[in-house]
Design a protein around this ligand. Structure first.
Ligand code: SAH
Length: 475
């Protein structure tokens, strides 16, 4: 180990920065955040540093002079940030002589300490360093850590700190205490913190503590999670985290196998998929199932394709839970409209072609398609139709009957965002016949509007299924 990582308390500590140019201006905010009292020493002070001083007058003072060795005295930490190699060496030598930690920016050989990349979730802090060898790698590692250390970790640590002694008093056995904390820090209490419900989290922790054997933590919870349109890379961090903690995953047909594969290995997976006409589990039974699992103390992820609140009946499922007093959360997902449009190279709005975009369902409860055709046939808009394949002929004809041009472009996207994505294009006049001649496999999304033309230039995603972009032909 070339450098030993330690965390230094700099609150109200006098620190010296030699140099007052751009390099100094980059380091100053970090030390200010750590609460240090800084003296910036240089013959000339840059505008950037002066601005910092105006913002933090109590923490930042200036000394306009050239450096000499005695300036080092009485400082807890020294940073040399000048572009003058001689001055940098003098600062390093003076600091080392007095055993004061010194960093010379961009000169590792002169440093007695180096700045790591910091992930700040105070009081949780993670620091990464490659020992000055590969700054880009440091940045990449930091980005990864940023994504897995939830922004709410600071609050979670705060909660643990607040209850620490109380828990210690109540649960005397260290092993029992560890199990208790493990449950708190990765269970429903943590999720409440991450959702910003500090008060609820504290209540739950209190209850768990009262029952001592942590029975209260046995209460289950349901997470209604949007699984996105298919590509697992389009999941949200929260969706992934909850899927990896879940005891049970209740999923349906639209959830792609690749997404399901990311769930916790030993979680129970229950399929409640619906095929058109062939409901494998009626909605009522799904609602009851979710409530029953949660009451048995399970953490249930109800995984739904796309976004749960867009043609997902998510609202209905949550109503049952609400009635029965079962806690739940909703995690949005990328809806088929956004996913398919992006992967097909069709912007849903465009200044020249569409000032609005409407999502409609092509499949109503009683099998009819009863939409506001007059409104949908108006120009300068995009219409996205979910569940529209069976009704496609009726949809196209109704739009034409209500004034849409026959040559208005239409795209049908099959299994959008997956490696099986396939796109068929045509116009209101031609599309029904074109689709009749193709073998189409669900799910499919239909986009109608002049924005479909943009696909000619913007199609970027290459799926395994070959579909050269076709230009809609006027009829
Ligand atoms: N909640 C989902 C929609 C559920 S309705 C969402 O927000 O995306 C089911 C319909 O969504 C399907 O019939 C189809 O029209 C559309 N759909 C979902 N995923 C799709 C995909 N990957 N490709 C094309 N259409 C999709």
């Amino acid at each position: 180990m070339d450098y030993f990582p330690i965390f230094v308390k700099l609150q109200e500590q006098p620190c010296l920065i030699v140099g007052a140019g751009d390099i100094a201006a980059r380091k100053i905010p970090l030390l200010i955040r750590a609460g240090a009292h800084l003296t910036v020493l240089a013959p000339e002070i840059s505008a950037a540093v002066l601005e910092l001083q105006q913002r933090h007058p109590e923490q930042l003072q200036m000394r306009r002079k050239t450096f000499s060795a005695e300036d080092i005295q009485d400082h807890a930490l020294v940073v040399s940030a000048t572009s003058n190699a001689d001055v940098n060496s003098q600062v390093a030598a003076a600091a080392k002589q007095r055993h004061i930690p010194v960093n010379v920016v961009d000169a590792p050989e002169l440093c007695s300490f180096i700045f790591p990349a910091i992930i700040d979730r105070s009081p949780v802090i993670a620091a990464v360093s490659t020992g000055g060898t590969a700054p880009v790698l440091t940045r990449l590692l930091r980005a990864r850590l940023e994504s897995i250390i939830h922004p709410g970790f600071g609050k979670l640590a705060g909660l643990a700190g607040k209850f620490r002694s109380q828990v210690k008093q109540r649960i005397r056995q260290p092993r029992q205490r560890r199990i208790f904390w493990e449950k708190i820090l990765q269970g429903p209490v943590a999720e409440q913190i991450f959702s910003g419900n500090q008060e609820t989290a504290e209540q739950m922790l209190q209850q768990a503590l009262q029952s001592q054997d942590s029975q209260q933590l046995q209460q289950g919870e349901v997470y209604l999670v949007g699984a996105g349109p298919g590509d697992p890379d389009l999941l949200t961090f929260r969706a992934l985290r909850l899927m990896q903690q879940a005891d049970v995953i209740v999923y349906d047909r639209l959830v792609s196998p690749e997404v399901l594969d990311l769930a916790r290995r030993d979680s129970e997976k229950i399929y409640v998929g619906k095929q058109r006409q062939n409901h494998s589990l009626p909605q009522e039974s799904i609602n009851v199932l979710l409530a029953r699992l949660a009451k048995a103390g399970k953490r249930v992820v109800r995984l739904k394709g796309g976004d749960p609140f867009i043609f997902g009946r998510g609202g209905e499922e949550m109503e049952t839970l609400l009635e029965q007093g079962i806690p739940f959360q909703v995690v949005p997902g990328i809806s088929a409209a956004s996913g398919c449009a992006a992967y097909a190279g069709i912007p849903l709005t465009h200044r020249d072609y569409a000032q609005s975009c409407t999502f409609v369902t092509g499949h109503l409860k009683d099998g009819s398609i009863n939409l506001n055709w007059k409104q949908l046939a108006a120009p300068n808009q995009t219409i996205v139709i979910y569940m529209g394949l069976i009704g496609l002929r009726c949809i196209c004809q109704s739009l034409i009957d209500n004034g849409s041009p026959r040559d208005l472009p239409v795209a049908l996207i099959q299994q959008g965002t997956t490696s099986r994505q396939r796109i068929v294009t045509g116009t209101l006049g031609t599309m029904p016949d074109i689709v009749d001649r193709q073998q189409i496999s669900p799910p499919t999304l239909i986009i109608i509007g002049n924005v479909v033309k943009l696909r000619q230039h913007l199609a970027w995603f290459k799926s395994a299924t070959k579909t050269p972009p076709t230009i809609p032909q006027p009829t």
